[in-house]
Design a protein around this ligand. Structure first.
Ligand SMILES: [Zn+2]
Length: 250
């Protein structure tokens, strides 16, 4: 599946689940944007994917490394253990951010300001920038300015602590950064399971590829069915889910 459709499916999944989470409009927007980015995150195991190209040669080299250690494209990052690693990583970055300074932040130079405190914001800042930039790149929004928009978005998200907002989802209470990452990754796996390739959900225990559709209905990436059926359905579904999420209790 194309990065564009993975990003849309991540956004759609979050928007569709939002009425269960009782999130405010600002957190809904943040969650949708983060889930769109997380929707392309599993393809970090492919050096040509939109997320691998986000930070130029830095993310490209990292992606090459991930491909080497995760068993190749569509292996560990497209399996249940991979989703757990991504989500745990996001939660760890959030927890580290939480252990540092809290908004409102002291201005540099004032007595309460200390550079060491701001290291707590760095892992979450990099991760949030990566997700926003990957979503913008996959959806072809912002062009060359996409990365700058992503950095500004990540800075604003951290400034307001929006990524740390604890959301009730079923029996769990999860910070938005972890919830959006998990939802986006699951949406990605579901999308790839609609294609001929499938996903090895139990890797590294088993190489078996899981599919959600019988073989004749499976989608071939970037072919007519994806452009003229999957993409419009995702776009319409997202618009409907967002409308539904901001008009609860109709
Ligand atoms: Zn994939």
């Amino acid at each position: 599946m194309l990065g564009r459709d993975h990003a849309l499916s991540g956004a759609l999944a979050f928007a569709a689940l939002a009425p269960e989470m009782h999130v405010s409009a600002a957190y809904l927007a943040t969650g949708i944007a983060l889930s769109a980015g997380a929707g392309v995150l599993p393809d970090i195991d492919h050096p040509d994917s939109s997320i691998a190209l986000t930070f130029g040669f830095l993310s490209n080299s990292f992606s090459w490394l991930v491909q080497k250690i995760s068993g190749g494209h569509r292996h560990l990052t497209h399996a249940i253990p991979g989703i757990l690693v991504f989500t745990a990583g996001a939660l760890t970055a959030g927890r580290y951010q939480l252990s540092g300074p809290h908004p409102p932040y002291a201005a540099p130079g004032s007595p309460a300001w200390h550079p060491a405190l701001f290291w707590h914001l760095v892992p979450a800042g990099i991760f949030l920038t990566l997700l926003y930039a990957a979503a913008l790149r996959a959806l072809k929004i912002g062009g060359h300015h996409g990365d700058l928009i992503a950095m500004a978005g990540a800075a604003a998200t951290i400034y307001f602590g929006a990524d740390l907002d604890v959301i009730q989802f079923g029996p769990w209470h999860v910070p938005l950064i972890g919830l959006a990452t998990g939802i986006g990754c699951v949406a990605h796996i579901v999308g790839d399971e609609l294609t001929h390739g499938g996903c090895p959900l139990l890797y590294p225990v088993s190489d078996h590829e899981f599919h959600l559709l019988p073989r004749p209905l499976q989608i071939t990436t970037a072919k007519i069915a994806e452009s003229y059926v999957v993409f419009p359905l995702l776009a319409i579904g997202l618009a409907f889910a967002v409308w539904n999420a901001v008009h609860p209790g109709r």
